[in-house]
Design a protein around this ligand. Structure first.
Ligand SMILES: C[S@@+](CC[C@H](N)C(=O)[O-])C[C@H]1O[C@@H](n2cnc3c(N)ncnc32)[C@H](O)[C@@H]1O
Length: 312
């Protein structure tokens, strides 16, 4: 693979002040390796979980249609038809060997005040925590955020697992950026006990976040199977970055981090090696200004062709 990142991109962004976001299509490891050290202020990333299951994906063909169900590049309407149901493997023989070099690069590209939020589930979180302790240092572990939700079937064979784990590590335990005052406040559980003024202001969240999953038919839904709620990712961006900062997600999926970053005035770098993810992002970011798409690997031509189809 050849890349022009080193010469024309700074920290994964083109050295152009006006650029608000860039989406790379390709395996994240070589792209991360090409990124400048200390160039990213915040990483939120959500790798495929090692569930041993197949994740279902619907493959769509998109054609221009003024009455279509999706908005694509330049606000054009498109109609999507299902052409196939595809499955991607959410199972790795050696999950940690897959994650380790990527997390090493994550550590390298973070600025001295930067943070990493690694979104995992209960089956992998303890292994990943030991790995991150070795890469970042135990003193750089900041939090384990529990995202609790209440959705789906409930087994009666054990306590139903209804949470994800988000490990938070900082690049430097003395110099990291964290501003909880920027985070949207949440309602008190018993507002009657705290008085009207406090009740109206709400309280700051703790390390346990109750938040619904992405509603199955809400406006936020992109159709990408593993899409995470904007409310969760927005809170991370608010607390651990400043306006103008650059944020990165190298397992970007539907691009939730990009949407939160754009809304909050941060620049974003997103990477995914699945063309459906990149197509979903192209639709999701269609109304945004100064966002570019870069195909870097052998499939670049195919990607360019597909983008051509979207544009034609
Ligand atoms: C759990 S999903 C991320 C979902 C995302 N947080 C969202 O809100 O939509 C994980 C993503 O990692 C991508 N992925 C897996 N291996 C990758 C690799 N080596 N390089 C780049 N992306 C990869 C998959 O295609 C998938 O879209």
């Amino acid at each position: 693979m050849t890349s022009d990142l080193a010469t024309t991109h700074v920290g994964g962004m083109r050295s152009n002040d006006r650029e608000r976001g860039v989406v790379y299509y390709g395996d994240n490891l070589p792209i991360l390796r090409d990124m400048a050290s200390a160039s990213i202020d915040l990483i939120y990333t959500d790798p495929p979980f090692n569930t041993g299951k197949k994740q279902a994906r619907t493959q769509l063909r998109t054609v221009r249609d003024p009455n279509g169900d999706r908005t694509g590049f330049k606000g054009q309407r498109y109609r999507s038809t299902k052409v196939a149901e595809r499955a991607f493997d959410d199972d790795f023989d050696d999950y940690l060997a897959f994650l380790e070099p990527r997390l090493e690069e994550a550590h390298r590209v973070l600025t001295i005040s930067g943070s990493l939020y690694l979104h995992l589930d209960y089956r992998e979180v303890h292994y990943a925590k030991v790995l991150l302790d070795s890469i970042f240092g135990r003193d750089c572990f900041l939090n384990e955020v529990i995202w609790a939700y209440d959705y789906g079937a409930r087994t009666k064979k054990k306590w139903p697992a209804k949470h994800d784990n988000i490990l938070v590590y900082v690049r430097d335990s003395e110099q990291y950026f964290f501003n909880v005052e920027e985070v949207e406040r949440i309602p008190y559980m018993a507002p009657g006990l705290v008085g009207p003024e406090k009740a109206a202001r709400g309280k700051l969240p703790t390390d346990t976040w109750w938040h619904t999953i992405v509603p199955t038919n809400g406006k936020e839904r992109t159709g990408y199977p593993t899409q995470k709620p904007l409310g969760i990712v927005r809170r991370i961006v608010q607390a651990s970055s400043r306006p103008g900062d650059t944020v990165l997600d190298f397992f970007a999926g539907s691009g939730t981090l990009g949407e939160a970053a754009y809304e909050l005035g941060r620049r974003f770098v997103l990477i995914d090696d699945n063309e459906e993810a990149v197509e979903v992002m192209a639709g999701r970011f269609a109304e945004m200004e100064a966002v570019s798409f870069v195909g870097l690997d052998a499939r670049q031509n195919q990607f360019v062709e597909r983008q051509g189809e979207l544009l034609s």
